[in-house]
Design a protein around this ligand. Structure first.
Ligand code: BUP
Length: 461
């Protein structure tokens, strides 16, 4: 007889806000669709933003259970790993064997686990023998970058060629060409933890019950198709493009930039943010500041001076210089610390987004219909910028490269591109079309909505 009790799903995020936020959003979405939800939260977190957001999230969603998970101390491995977020991933993977006893005592009994792809193999290896329930993975990147990951370690053996502009590309079956320079170098270095983590997680991928991706059919048709061809060959499990995820009702801190935005004309402000974990070099910050001033647009710029927020103590004036701030006064606002990006992108005054193309940022811009000037810096961001360009949501200057501070982009070039972004009516109308498509997939008969409801239904039996 069918059991109609709502499923109880545990979600297990990994390190950093870019990984945590999609898990918070998916948790809230599952809960609002009738599931019991437990969110596993590791201690310690890498950033203060993570602990702040977790407290605010549980205060706003008292129906979601919190399972505290204390990590074992980090033991250095033989892999190259100097990134605090990757170190945390390694620590989580090395602690996962302690998780099954905690999960088996949860009440009501668990129906499924959704684990971040970065720790999926560890979760599968330790959980499957102890607790025979479906295990899904959520990848926090684009379907396009995920497809490239599934082609490791043989990615560069696919056909290579050179395009008219002299860029060497690799052609991946069903996905088409990707410039080789867009593949993050650590992904191709066997000794690097980034590559090792992907290879290890691929090893159990086909045994999982599904891959959840924060994307939607019309946004990444080629990549979703490429993944579905792999699903048909049983190389990957069920592909579940459940996005774009709904926004969270809560934010950790009061947002104090909206009054300034409220005073600006519609679509006159360019919002500038390079995400949680990327600080530009001092020289690049100066060029960007001057470029913004030269562009003639009003701007709201979230400035980061360090990789991890706890260590990022310099004030805006110390980074940019007081004389710059004097010049900025009537033209823009430069802020440090956390802002509510979704509220800003959804504000009527915002007409463009200079973004590093972290995948959450891209999906938020898509859902809110804001054109992007893509300035990817590292990791998956270059490949995400390809998605932005392909779908027509934004501009991407390939020549700026996967920066990370290696190439200095000058203020004139930046100013010109911001003018292109803010004055481009075609981009704006495509962004509105993307926004409408993103809305439709969340309607009761929309593809993403039907898929998520299907997963929930299947877990009731
Ligand atoms: Br910074 C910042 N406010 O001030 P991505 C970020 N965000 O709401 P990431 C804020 O954090 P990767 C801020 O809306 C997005 O949901 C933003 O995730 C939010 O980039 C998230 O865009 C940032 O994926 O790098 O985390 O920098 O995902 O590439 O590891």
């Amino acid at each position: 007889m069918a059991n109609d009790a709502p499923p109880h799903i545990a979600l297990f995020p990994c390190a950093g806000m870019g990984h945590l936020l999609p898990f918070l959003r998916l948790s809230a979405m599952l809960s609002s669709r009738g599931c019991s939800v437990t969110l596993i939260t590791v201690n310690p977190t890498v950033t203060a933003a993570e602990s702040d957001h977790l407290s605010a999230f549980f205060a706003a969603h008292p129906q979601i259970q919190r399972l505290h998970f204390q990590l074992l101390p980090y033991k250095k491995s033989n892999f190259t790993n100097e990134d605090p977020f990757f170190i945390q991933m390694e620590s989580i993977s090395n602690s996962v064997h302690l998780l099954p006893p905690l999960l088996s005592t949860l009440s009501p009994p668990l129906s499924a686990v959704i684990a971040d792809f970065s720790v999926a193999n560890a979760v599968f290896t330790h959980l499957a023998p102890e607790l025979p329930i479906p295990i899904y993975t959520l990848t926090t990147t684009s379907a396009r970058f995920f497809t490239l990951m599934t082609n490791l370690p043989h990615l560069t053996t696919h056909t290579q060629g050179e395009d008219n502009n002299g860029y060497v590309y690799v052609t991946v079956p069903s996905l088409g060409r990707t410039p080789l320079s867009n593949i993050p170098p650590p992904m191709l270095e066997a000794n690097h933890y980034f590559a090792a983590n992907i290879i290890s997680n691929l090893s159990s991928l086909s045994k999982l019950n599904g891959v959840i991706i924060n994307t939607f059919d019309s946004f990444e048709p080629e990549a979703i198709e490429a993944l579905i061809s792999k699903e048909k060959l049983a190389l990957v499990p069920k592909i579940l493009p459940l996005g774009p995820f709904e926004s969270l009702e809560t934010d950790a801190r009061e947002d104090n930039n909206l009054p300034w935005l409220d005073e600006q004309a519609p679509e006159s402000v360019v919002f500038v943010s390079f995400g949680n974990r990327t600080a530009l070099s001092k020289e690049q910050i100066r060029e960007l500041g001057n470029g913004l001033l030269r562009s003639g647009s009003k701007f709201l710029w979230v400035l980061k001076g360090g990789k991890v927020d706890k260590d990022d103590k310099e004030e805006v004036g110390e980074i940019l210089g007081e004389s710059f701030l004097e010049r900025v006064k009537s033209k823009g606002l430069v802020v440090k610390g956390w802002v509510n990006q979704e509220l800003i992108l959804g504000h009527v005054a915002v007409g463009g987004f200079v973004s590093h193309c972290g995948w959450n940022s891209v999906t938020e811009a898509a859902r809110l219909g804001v054109p992007i000037l893509a300035w990817p810096l590292h990791g998956d961001q270059g490949v995400n910028a390809e998605v932005v360009e392909k779908v027509g949501l934004g501009l991407w200057v390939r020549g700026w490269g996967l920066g990370g501070g290696e190439k200095l982009v000058g203020e004139n070039e930046i100013a010109e591109k911001i003018k292109d972004l803010m004055g481009n009516q075609k981009l704006r109308s495509i962004a509105m079309e993307v926004k409408e498509k993103a809305r439709l997939v969340r309607e009761a008969n929309g593809s993403s909505e039907m898929l998520i409801r299907g997963v929930i239904e299947s877990l009731k039996n």
